[in-house]
Design a binder for this molecule. Sequence first.
Ligand code: SF4
Ligand code: SF4
Length: 188
Amino acid sequence: MIKTSQLDSNFKYEIANEPGGENIKRCFNCTGCTVGCPVTEIDKGYNPRKIIRKALLGMRDEVLSDDSIWLCASCYLCYERCPQDVKITEVMGAIRAIAQREAKAGNIKLDNPKPLFDNLFINSVRKNGKWHEAGVSGMFTLKTKGIKGLIDYIPMGLELFRKGKVSILPHKIKGKDQIKRIFEEVER
Ligand code: SF4
Ligand code: SF4
């Protein structure tokens, strides 16, 4: 049941003002994005059309706390197929950005670990110019599974290191300063 008193009619404008969310109001609910979405093949509960519909109706709290907003694999299939050029992949990014801000402000709680991984990944690229697999994976495991989880991960980590798949220290790459400048530019 939808309680109209709990709807936030500004939510669609809030999303539309976020980079990538500009076209959300064009959605006419045709289901084209959901049919063929590879994530729905695996998880029948995932429905991008429904997420957009709820957002347009103003179900702000429900959408921002919905675990499924983190399931989109950014494959851009729906982006290509949408007859209204809603750019769903980007809209999903806009919704996630709002959810992350709200979580940081303590207004909602995010249970899904994906934002944590994304932030560790992005910070690693910003700092090192390329993501440092061992550092990101180690920190992610520590934060999600604790010390015991990290200790359990060590044998696999050593095996990956032995095979040259991960390095203990961050990669040395050229142009780190330019990458830092790209981040600064984007943030500005
Ligand atoms: S394909 Fe586009 S117009 Fe159709 S439901 Fe999905 S987002 Fe809306
Ligand atoms: S971009 Fe996301 S919502 Fe769209 S088809 Fe791919 S996984 Fe599904």
